[in-house]
Design a protein around this ligand. Structure first.
Ligand SMILES: Nc1ncnc2c1ncn2[C@@H]1O[C@H](COP(=O)(O)OP(=O)(O)O)[C@@H](O)[C@H]1O
Ligand SMILES: [Mg+2]
Length: 255
């Protein structure tokens, strides 16, 4: 039975898509390549592009609208499995209005979740019906942030949404922690900001991952080549970071 994880923060540019994509690869490497599934719930379709999915085929948008079954939209990319996103996801709040709309993803995943070890959901930079669907379907959330004031500021609001979903839609959901991304240990500002992120973590009753994902050009280069960082540059420091992060993640969820 798959463990379902949403990578979520309504702030854009903090690394949700990069982390979703590389977390999938890292977890598979630690897990003898057992099958995972990535789901792209963002209209920007970052991980759909990075995983070289065919973007002309039906998407998660069609599944959420009940126009097609979830089995029909899963693409095997040779590397992993992905359900592509769609630009139409920006319309989702308008087109989904029926009672139970928060449960659409959860209901669809019930049918396929025994086929995968991990299902990792990349979410949009909004607290919308798509993110509520992600939270309702998930066992865990992972919150990426950068060590700056603006990125961390929205976490309180995300927590309120998390608590509402926990109360009304998904009692069992838990937070794995906050992971600091694009970290630059050289600057004193970054160190001060870490203290701030630690405080926020305490306020929302979680912890900050010990591993900080440092800022490396190789991460962007790997993305441009549409390859995960582990395969792109196996001996790079960025791979050490991601390996430590994945190990910490797996320990936290105890699987
Ligand atoms: N560790 C990192 N080092 C350098 N650049 C990074 C790192 N993580 C993410 N990025 C870059 O930061 C930008 C935003 O990341 P992205 O994953 O798209 O964020 P989000 O999905 O939260 O909007 C992208 O250009 C990505 O390549
Ligand atoms: Mg993204």
């Amino acid at each position: 039975m798959a463990t379902i994880v949403s990578v979520i923060n309504q702030k854009g540019g903090v690394g949700k898509s990069t982390i979703s994509f590389n977390l999938d690869a890292g977890v598979r490497k630690q897990n003898n390549n057992k099958k995972n599934l990535l789901i792209d719930l963002d209209s920007q379709c970052s991980i759909t592009m990075t995983s070289k999915a065919n973007m002309t085929l039906p998407t998660i948008y069609d599944v959420l609208r009940k126009e097609i079954t979830i089995e029909q939209v899963i693409q095997d990319t040779n590397d992993t499995n992905i359900i592509p996103g769609s630009q139409n996801l920006v319309e989702l709040d308008k087109v989904l209005s029926e009672t139970g709309k928060e449960y659409r993803l959860k209901e669809s995943l019930e049918k396929i979740k025994d086929k995968y070890e991990y299902i990792i959901i990349d979410t949009p930079p909004t607290l919308s019906v798509a993110s509520i669907n992600a939270l309702t379907a998930s066992d865990y959330i992972l919150i990426p942030t950068m060590a700056d004031t603006y990125s961390a500021a929205g976490i309180g609001q995300l927590y309120q949404t998390f608590l509402a979903v926990k109360k009304y839609c998904n009692e069992k959901i838990q937070i794995t922690g906050i992971v600091v991304n694009r970290f630059n240990p050289q600057t004193t500002l970054a160190k001060q900001m870490l203290t701030m992120v630690e405080d926020i973590a305490k306020q929302i009753d979680t912890t900050v991952f010990d591993t900080k994902l440092r800022d490396y050009t190789a991460i962007k280069e790997a993305q441009a080549s549409r390859i995960n960082i582990f395969d792109y540059s196996p001996t790079h420091n960025a791979v050490d970071d991601y390996t430590n992060f994945v190990n910490e993640f797996l320990k936290k969820i105890n699987k």
